[in-house]
Design a protein around this ligand. Structure first.
Ligand SMILES: CCOC(=O)[C@H]1CN(C(=O)c2ccc(F)c(F)c2)CC(C)(C)c2c1[nH]c1ccccc21
Length: 233
């Protein structure tokens, strides 16, 4: 049985990232609104864009708390945020939908998602992803670290100083590996399974680009922030 030791730096890194992740939660009122009344497709879509917009703001605040992030080149900071925004949205969605909810709430939310103008072909991979995340039963620290690793992906488009991002990501990867052994001692492959989800996440974000095109066709409106981060013309 591997004895897990955390260095003082790793303990500090874990605390900072977990505190930031806890602090920057999505306001529950959006999910609450989605649960309330029966909305039209248009209203559902509007609620989702509101949820996405607040999630981007939450993501930016969270990212600023990642140790070392603000010391990166300014343009690289933007490139990392833009490159990870959709993946972070799906990770956060998975975590929100896998939360213990009162009976029937998940079904209502799923029905709302189905009735928001998203074509069936995207719904399936999206819910498969949510299910595969749910099956991992990640602890909060793992969720926070996985989101951080997604943000600190060196090979995003337009990142100039990739080694600087790699150095930051490596620290978080090492910390996540230890956390996985600590929280899932019976599953030696757990860390590898977690990282495998990041690959699934990239596929989802390609679907998202196609979703956007289909929404454009039905001239759905997006907020200025979403247009910026989702590359909507
Ligand atoms: C955490 C921030 O997540 C979002 O904003 C997602 C929410 N998404 C969910 O599956 C979802 C739905 C209801 C919940 F209660 C929940 F927790 C997650 C995914 C998607 C449907 C693709 C979407 C979002 N915003 C959009 C805006 C326009 C069109 C589509 C979306």
């Amino acid at each position: 049985k591997e004895k897990i030791e955390f260095t003082t730096e790793q303990q500090a890194l874990m605390r900072v990232i977990t505190d930031a992740y806890n602090k920057h939660q999505i306001p529950q009122d959006v999910t609450k609104k989605l649960l309330q009344d029966q909305y039209s497709t248009e209203e559902n879509f509007l609620l989702l864009t509101e949820m996405a917009t607040s999630q981007v703001q939450v993501l930016v605040e969270f990212t600023k708390n990642i140790p070392g992030f603000l010391s990166l080149d300014r343009e690289d900071q933007i490139a990392l945020l833009k490159g990870s925004a959709v993946e972070a949205m799906f990770l956060r969605s998975a975590q929100a939908l896998n939360k213990k909810m009162p009976i029937g709430h998940t079904e209502v939310l799923e029905e709302r998602i189905h009735k928001s103008g998203i074509s069936e072909e995207f719904i399936k991979p999206m819910f498969n992803f949510y299910k595969s995340i749910g099956e991992l039963h990640m602890v909060l620290e793992e969720q926070a670290l996985l989101t951080t690793i997604t943000i600190l992906t060196p090979d995003r488009p337009y990142v100039k100083d990739q080694p600087a991002v790699e150095r930051l990501q490596e620290n978080v990867l090492d910390l996540l590996r230890k956390m996985c052994v600590l929280h899932h001692p019976q599953e030696p492959q757990y860390f590898a399974r977690l990282l495998g989800r990041l690959t699934e996440l990239r596929t989802l974000s390609h679907y998202h680009a196609e979703m956007l095109a289909s929404w454009k066709v039905n001239n759905h409106k997006f907020t200025p922030l979403l247009c910026e981060i989702w590359d909507v013309q």
